[in-house]
Design a binder for this molecule. Structure first.
Ligand code: MSP
Length: 636
């Protein structure tokens, strides 16, 4: 079977300039596209801009421009923002392009001819921000919770799409394809929209008396197409529906990526539209959370914007890509602040990866005049390394292909950290002292091969630095199959290593001044009591359990992957006699996050969860945090 892959971002509205929320989705799509190219897929990556509708018409008017000039200007800014950060899209669709308008009109006509579009009258609460009518349930305290604005009541005659006709089909399709919308929480959200009341039919037109900025309905020139019915069709118009070879090749092998704000149009409108137009449903809808700055959502209407350009010029493109992909647990909201970026750069990139490469290259320089040595007779733990790399690369690819990049990268980093440990344990400097050149050659060769394979796997993330590492090893730029990487046997003996500078310079955080007043000590008996500063040493955080599994060979231990708010890590917890993995997955726990790592039953544990028991005979009860406490919140 031919390996094809098609990934899309939402097409962004041109009423706002690109910010890091847009950049995240686009970088994620760019990453999975490049990963599939690296794995030998024929991959297509689509992004673009959504240019019709009330919102754009109003913004253009405010800027005293025609809607088309305005759309040209902002669409151009999106394009140049993506060029700035080397986004490798295959196509950029604009909904004002003739190729798109034609497909929208063809599909409208097809659905109309089938009898699934009718003329009727409707009154409802319209939110301009969402560009759609809200249901009663969606309105909170009289306002749209997404935009914090009162919707307008609008009543008019319009065309409607018989969405309700496809309600049962969609319910059934989702139940039969549990991964159709993922992660599960968003599938459940869509299911609950479908299971409640009957789905309302979708109003798909706007009278030209109120709005002219849209695609005319092919069967009534007094109306233009509702912007969502127009925009969603970009995913097929861009690849030339219905006859183009691209459409035939890539549809329906499509992975849509969106954030949770536009779940309903993608989870309900789009699949029912496709069904009505006799087009196969998309493969998966992948939904991520929001980046929150200082607990508030970041968006233009809240005046809370950081530009991708600023961020990348300050920290570097590869560093920002790594941060985004590592920091956000797919499906959950994540915190955004610069200290977190600095942590990821200093700990993961500089300490773990940079340090490994640096010390390996230094040793190759010192002991082998920077020439790649032939492995010796003594394999120096090669079998364990092979197994370790295979496990890491399999998990990395599996998780990343499901968009769970934070877990995928963590699995790869476990291997990178194990390589640093390998250096500490094999002690090449000792081998050199003992003139054990046989084992020393194997150790250095094993390390260089491992660095090469890691660099290839990371080339979709570290798009500038990985090629530098690969070039300095004189290695092939990419592996078309993962087996060749897994062989850890890709470099040429005797080739001279090229010098690499410091790949990831460490950064200092700008510290806020401590403002607290010293407290006057009261005269009390303080024996056995601790100072507040002692307590302050323990960093206890609210963490979310993302994965839970039993530890082989132990009936007491569970191995948990937790999101601590600033990283994703693994801990081992002695709670398996009381809790099954599914009892704890998805729950918020309290994590002692600054414990020194320990190895328990062969697994590294980076922290401890808090559990309580009255006496040593009792079973431990985990202290769960309330749903409303944010992940990463610190106790104290
Ligand atoms: N034009 C519609 C989409 C039509 S798709 C057929 C639209 N545009 S938008 O400009 O508002 O972009 C919304 C998308 O931008 C989100 O779904 C997400 O991909 C990205 N993000 C915007 N703000 C974000 C955050 N604060 N955090 C994460 N992603 C964010 O909706």
């Amino acid at each position: 079977m031919e390996k094809v892959f098609y990934v899309t971002t939402p097409i962004y509205y041109v009423n706002a300039e690109p910010h890091i929320g847009h950049a995240y989705t686009t970088i994620l799509a760019d990453f999975v596209h490049r990963l599939h190219l690296t794995l030998g897929y024929d991959s297509f990556f689509l992004t673009g801009t959504d240019e019709h509708g009330d919102k754009i018409a109003t913004a253009a008017e405010a800027g005293k421009m025609t809607p088309q000039d305005y759309a040209d200007k902002i669409s151009g800014k999106f394009k140049s923002a993506w060029d700035d950060i080397n986004i490798n899209y295959s196509d950029f669709i604009r909904t004002t392009e003739p190729r798109h308008k034609k497909v929208v009109q063809d599909i409208l006509q097809k659905v109309y001819d089938k009898g699934d579009i009718y003329f009727g009258s409707y009154g409802g609460n319209y939110c301009v921000g969402c560009e759609r009518f809200l249901t009663e349930k969606e309105i909170v305290d009289g306002k749209c919770p997404e935009h914090n604005k009162e919707p307008q009541f609008i009543e008019e005659k319009n065309y409607f799409f018989k969405m309700s006709k496809y309600q049962d089909w969609l319910l059934d399709h989702i139940n039969k394809n549990p991964e159709f919308i993922r992660p599960e929480r968003y599938k459940n959200e869509v299911l609950s929209m479908l299971k409640g009341d009957a789905l309302e039919d979708l109003c798909i037109s706007r009278p030209v008396s109120r709005l002219t900025w849209g695609i005319p309905l092919p069967f009534d020139e007094n109306f233009v197409t509702y912007v969502w019915f127009d925009a969603l069709i970009n995913y097929v118009s861009a690849i030339g529906y219905p006859d183009d070879s691209k459409y035939k090749k890539y549809w329906p092998a499509v992975q849509h990526i969106i954030a949770k704000d536009i779940l309903k149009p993608h989870g309900i409108f789009w699949p029912t539209m496709l069904k009505a137009a006799d087009i196969d449903p998309y493969m998966n809808l992948n939904v991520h959370g929001y980046w929150n700055m200082d607990e508030a959502k970041m968006s233009k209407s809240l005046g809370n914007v950081v530009t991708p350009h600023d961020l990348v010029s300050k920290y570097g493109n590869d560093q920002i890509r790594y941060f985004f992909l590592k920091e956000m647990t797919f499906g959950l909201d994540a915190r955004f602040n610069e200290d977190l970026i600095i942590d990821r750069i200093n700990y993961d990139l500089a300490n773990d990866l940079g340090n490994l490469i640096n010390r390996t290259f230094n040793m190759a320089g010192k002991y082998f005049e920077s020439k790649i040595p032939e492995a010796g007779e003594d394999k120096a733990g090669r079998d364990e390394l092979l197994a370790g790399f295979k496990k890491a690369s399999d998990s990395y690819v599996d998780y990343c292909c499901k968009f769970q990049t934070s877990i995928g990268l963590e699995k790869l980093w476990e291997f990178i950290r194990s390589l640093n440990k390998y250096v500490d344990e094999t002690k090449p400097w000792q081998l050199a002292k003992e003139s054990n050149m046989d084992k020393l050659s194997s150790v250095i060769r094993n390390l260089l091969e491992s660095i090469y394979s890691v660099a290839v796997l990371l080339s979709p993330v570290l798009i500038n630095i990985s090629p530098e590492i690969i070039a300095s090893l004189n290695g092939e730029k990419s592996a078309t199959d993962i087996d060749s990487l897994n062989s850890l046997n890709n470099l040429k003996t005797g080739e001279t290593l090229k010098e690499l500078g410091i790949l990831f310079p460490k950064l200092e955080k700008v510290k806020a001044e401590a403002k607290s007043e010293p407290v006057k000590e009261k005269k009390t008996d303080t024996e056995g009591l601790i100072d507040i500063s002692d307590f302050g040493k323990v960093d206890i955080r609210v963490a979310l359990v993302v994965e839970a599994e039993k530890v082989d060979g132990s009936d007491k231990l569970l191995y948990l992957t937790v999101d601590s708010g600033s990283d994703t890590r693994q801990i081992v917890a002695g709670i398996a006699q009381v809790y099954a993995p599914e009892d704890i997955k998805g729950k918020k726990i309290l994590l002692v996050s600054n414990l020194k790592p320990a190895v328990i039953f062969g697994k590294e544990s980076r922290g401890m969860l808090l559990a309580a028991k009255k006496s040593s005979k009792d079973k431990p009860q985990v202290i769960f945090a309330d749903e409303t406490v944010p992940v990463g919140a610190r106790l104290g």
